[in-house]
Write a protein of this length. Structure first.
Length: 293
């Protein structure tokens, strides 16, 4: 332990000291969201090169937001409150740490245990998992009462939603504390009890899988299916374009988990498996259901 006393949060606002494990797209977005609101943020990565890349990712995201809204902050001041590191001990004085590593059970468990070893009693540990059991992850920890899910949405700075997932052992007062934090970020909390896929992933994947089956069956093109949802149901982005943005490999992993836990209605269609096998993972590879090149 780096600090013998429990941290104290800002009354009615955000924690002053926040940690993020993982500086990828989601982790950088989460760090950015807290920096904009005045928090001191530490991002931990696996090696020095990744830590530097994470810092550049956060700084770039902050610069773009300030370019869009010059009143949102000063870039130099904002970045001065950001630290990137490879040392988990730097989480020792954090009031909240959000884990944002890939959706792999063993990887998340190992990462969460390493973070928890550094936290003082009362500090909150959260996972940005989009589908894995929060209660199950909590069972792997020493202090499950201080753990919950905080499911941010991509792109984090622009998204107005955070899904707060309550595990079976999450202490009741943490729910309202987390609501206050979400409000402090300028976002809206949707509170759900732990269940496979929570609310957002379960519904989003169900629609996306059906859209994939429609493409597979030749019902309509990917573009027309998406337009039907955007224009007819006012979705900001269609289910197939959203899948490309999230990553087809990520969607496949979630679908496989939901298939295992909830049954055949979440069985991944062959078109999804085939595209992942070919490396057509969406925007990050230049091709998915759409051409991003």
């Amino acid at each position: 332990m780096n600090n013998p006393s429990a941290p104290s949060s800002r009354t009615g606002g955000l924690p002053a000291r926040v940690g993020v494990l993982g500086g990828g797209r989601m982790g950088a977005g989460i760090a950015h969201a807290f920096l904009v609101k005045g928090a001191d943020v530490v991002v931990i990565e696996r090696d020095e090169a990744s830590a530097q890349a994470g810092r550049e990712r956060v700084a770039s995201s902050a610069a773009k937001s300030i370019e869009r809204d010059p009143h949102s902050g000063n870039l130099d001041e904002m970045v001065s409150r950001l630290k990137t590191s490879v040392d988990y001990a730097d989480f020792g004085d954090r009031e909240l740490v959000v884990e944002a590593v890939p959706e792999d059970w063993a990887l998340k468990v190992a990462a969460l245990r390493k973070v928890e070893e550094q936290l003082v009693p009362g500090a909150v540990l959260a996972s940005n998992t989009s589908s894995l059991s929060v209660s199950g992850l909590a069972e792997e920890l020493e202090r499950p009462q201080d753990f919950l899910g905080l499911h941010f949405f991509n792109p984090v700075p622009a998204s107005t939603l955070i899904e707060v997932v309550i595990g079976k052992q999450t202490r009741p007062d943490l729910v309202e504390q987390t609501r206050s934090w979400v409000q402090g970020l300028g976002k809206t909390a949707v509170v759900v009890n732990d269940a496979p896929g929570f609310a957002s992933s379960r519904l989003g994947v169900a629609i996306a899988l059906e859209a994939m089956r429609m493409v597979e069956e030749g019902v309509a093109s990917a573009k027309d299916i998406d337009n039907a949802m955007v224009l007819g149901y006012k979705h900001p982005t269609g289910p197939l374009r959203t899948t490309d943005i999230v990553g087809l490999d990520v969607r496949l992993g979630i679908a496989e988990y939901l298939h295992e836990t909830l049954g055949e209605r979440f069985a991944p269609p062959p078109i999804l498996r085939d595209k992942v096998a070919r490396g057509e993972l969406g925007r990050k590879t230049g091709k998915g259901f759409f051409d991003w090149s």
